[in-house]
Ligand binder design. Structure first.
Ligand code: GAP
Length: 474
């Protein structure tokens, strides 16, 4: 399939992004330990990013929130964790070996390579144009770097490949999966038989995928190694059951981002034009977010028809039909897929939560992350670190909280600075122990967003925090 560029914002009344540019988020991520460039001491490796101590918490929380909504809260969806490496025939049958590609052009003078549909002046070209060998001359396209001549487009396959076993030849080629979906299709029979699910039912998966993207970038937006959160929903064949599932999943998936704090004004749907559809799709609608660099795909909902199961059944010789005891019919189910990126979702939550404001003449930066997504739920802080009784009480409270949530102790600055540090990483609650606490057995709970403070007895702290977290949960 040829993948076309994501839609760009062209409307002058377009909604403003949550932040102007990416620099603030990139530098906050590095400074506070959300995301680091991979292999940085060796100069980095393009389009791979490492998650630091706070980033891994955030991303795990995003995955947990997705799993809760897609598996835990539902009776009709079960989980799966298939291998990244699969039988190579999977990718031939799925169409990826033949056509999972992007149009690549190269500058004849500086030899830089570009994805054709992302060149200035080529963003709106149709799929037919992008495959036309004469497209460069027809649209007077030149290298954006030095104005040099560009080669005709050639299709560049995005799959990474390696060899399995000690012999490196054609017969030992394996691919790093470019999507998790195929693992769910080839396990359809195993999952259905073992879980005894009746149609309609779904298989959910979270895991790494790999694409040798021609033009990765915009921080973790487009990477070569990334994580997907995909769910394949199997329905009775034919248009109406798939349409019904599609219409139910599309708003449900958008509502998930909103429930975790994304401003609804910065979300929209965009339907794929017929010539833009992936080879497997009968219909596809993207949930887009208004990133600082334009409206871009956050998640796709796809009606894949019976393309995948029919092809795998034919190529493997296995019977992948479902028997419906109610109608006594055998059929290949149709599939409605919800395909999200864990990195892209975490990135979106981070951007959308970023706040700057002036408080008492000073700039306050905070991340208004939903409490379920925040890396730390609570920080326990001493007003006076020189008083051992205060420090000891802090640790007691923190250890108690740690049984249920990520809690942290910090005494490396004055209290005002400690609050700012926690605000900047999105910690929803700070518990402060002061001299009075030693007398009255009470501490202060400070709320990140309102900055209000409330006195709570020490033995109630855990209950109060857990109740507030539970109350915030969608
Ligand atoms: N199984 C269908 C599928 O893979 P997709 O639209 O190509 O569909 C689904 O990918 C989601 O995976 C995207 O909406 C995006 O969130 C994420 N994704 C895709 N390519 C990515 C990349 N190179 N870097 C980060 N996330 C990516």
């Amino acid at each position: 399939m040829t993948r076309t560029a994501d839609a760009q914002a062209s409307d002058p009344n377009d909604v403003a992004p949550a932040i102007e540019g990416l620099e603030t988020i990139v530098s906050l991520s590095k400074r506070r330990g959300f995301v680091f460039p991979s292999s940085e001491i060796y100069g980095g490796i393009n389009a791979v990013w490492d998650y630091g101590p706070l980033g891994v918490e955030l991303k795990n929380n995003v995955k947990r929130a997705w799993w809760r909504a897609m598996v835990q809260d539902r009776d009709d969806i079960v989980g799966l964790d298939a291998g990244i490496l699969m039988h190579p025939q999977v990718w031939v049958t799925s169409g990826h070996v033949g056509s999972f590609s992007d149009p690549l052009v190269e500058c004849g003078s500086c030899h830089r390579r570009y994805r054709l549909d992302e060149l200035p002046g080529a963003e709106e070209l149709s799929v037919g144009d992008l495959a036309d060998p004469g497209v460069i001359a027809r649209f007077h396209l030149v290298c954006p770097n030095d104005g040099g001549p560009l080669s005709p487009p050639r299709q560049f396959n995005l799959m990474f490949q390696s060899y399995m076993g000690p012999v490196q030849d054609e017969g030992s080629i394996v691919y790093f999966r470019p999507e998790t979906a195929q693992g769910s299709y080839v396990n359809f029979k195993n999952v259905r038989e073992s879980s005894r699910k009746k149609i309609p039912f779904g298989i959910a998966q979270i895991g790494k995928s790999f694409r040798n993207e021609i033009s990765p970038g915009n921080f973790v937006f487009r990477m070569r190694e990334f994580e997907q959160m995909e769910m394949q929903y199997f329905v009775a064949p034919g248009g109406p059951p798939a349409a019904e599932a599609f219409e139910a999943w599309l708003p449900r998936r958008r509502a998930w981002y909103e429930a975790y704090g994304v401003d609804p004004a910065r979300l929209r749907f965009r339907e794929h034009a017929p010539d833009e559809l992936a080879h497997y799709a009968k219909k596809a609608i993207d949930i887009e977010y208004r990133f600082p660099f334009g409206w871009k795909e956050l998640e796709g909902v796809h009606n894949r028809g019976d393309f995948d199961l029919s092809r795998h059944a034919a190529a493997s010789g296995q019977n992948l039909e479902y028997f419906d005891p109610a109608t006594e019919e055998h059929f290949i189910p149709w599939i409605v897929e919800t395909a999200a990126g864990a990195d892209r979702a975490a990135f979106t939550f981070l951007i959308d939560a970023y706040r700057e404001e002036e408080v008492k003449g000073e700039k306050r930066v905070s991340l208004a992350l939903h409490p379920d997504l925040a890396p730390y739920k609570v920080a326990v802080l001493p007003l006076l670190k020189k008083r051992p009784e205060i420090v000891e009480l802090c640790h007691r409270i923190k250890d108690d909280l740690k049984r249920d949530v990520m809690a942290v102790y910090d005494d490396t600055a004055a209290i005002g600075k400690l609050y700012r540090r926690q605000d900047e990483i999105g910690t929803p609650f700070c518990v402060t122990v002061d001299v009075d606490s030693l007398e009255d057995g009470a501490v202060t709970i400070r709320d990140r967003d309102s900055m209000t403070q409330e006195r709570v007895s020490v033995d109630q702290v855990r209950r109060v925090i857990l109740d507030r977290l539970a109350a915030a949960r969608p």
